[in-house]
Write a protein of this length. Sequence first.
Length: 83
Amino acid sequence: MTRKLLRTITRRKASRYGRCIHFERILQIDSIREDIHREIILLYLSLGRRIEAQRQYLVLEELLKKELGSSPATDIKQLLRQS
């Protein structure tokens, strides 16, 4: 790979990690934001980090059950099945 391509790939990954950190800060304020959990799961999957995506799903599942007595939206579970 050329240096330019490597820099581009590195920047994109860094940007994804930065977005993940931003989303995690949002969750510190409002931990049951299902849309934010979905974005974090998508980011982890885009980075090839399936285990972290699964962990994030389990965190969401536990929070929703505890706080609202509900389960995550079906589309979020399908994200993990499709990957």
